[in-house]
Write a protein that binds this ligand. Structure first.
Ligand SMILES: [Zn+2]
Length: 161
């Protein structure tokens, strides 16, 4: 008779390394029957889903790096900076897997408002989604704290703690 225990092979696709990334765990009971149970990563994923890609403003949907038109900028300096930002973004997308393994991110910064930082960030998100079939998360820094606070409160309500 086969031993009871987990049948699902744990993978690093699951943040807890408990399931194969599907959110389900297949296991064998003491009496030899098989059953499925939810992995705790499901809850985590549902939380992320609620603040994920749906939050991207409509006007930014389906943009690609070609839509980042550096010639929109007025001054020579601005065009130079925009070209540089575009180049860095493109490099980040190409080497995303390596960067991600190393725990490295990309920080886009400008003193001036309306320089296209949001557009460029969202373009990077779309390119990453299409190229690597991953689900990145878009939150503007302004919203991050209230977002987390809100999730925390919801979580407490659900579990009554
Ligand atoms: Zn899991």
């Amino acid at each position: 008779m086969k031993k009871p225990g987990k049948i699902t092979k744990p993978s690093n696709k699951c943040i807890y390394n408990e399931c194969d990334g599907s959110g389900m765990i297949h296991y064998r009971r003491e009496d030899g029957t098989e059953a499925m149970t939810f992995c705790k990563c499901r809850e985590q994923r549902q939380l992320l889903n609620s603040i994920k890609t749906a939050r991207i403003p409509k006007e930014y949907h389906h943009k690609s790096l070609e839509d980042f038109n550096v010639n929109h900028y007025q001054s020579k300096d601005a065009i130079k900076h925009a070209k540089y930002a575009q180049k860095v973004a493109s490099g980040f997308i190409k080497s995303f897997e390596t960067m991600n393994d190393m725990g490295k991110g990309l920080y886009i910064y400008s003193k001036t408002k309306g320089t296209g930082k949001t557009l460029l960030s969202i373009i990077i998100i779309y390119e990453l989604m299409m190229k690597y079939q991953i689900n990145p998360l878009y939150i503007s820094v302004v919203n991050i704290l209230s977002e987390l606070k809100c999730l925390w409160q919801t979580k407490n309500v659900v579990f009554g703690s």
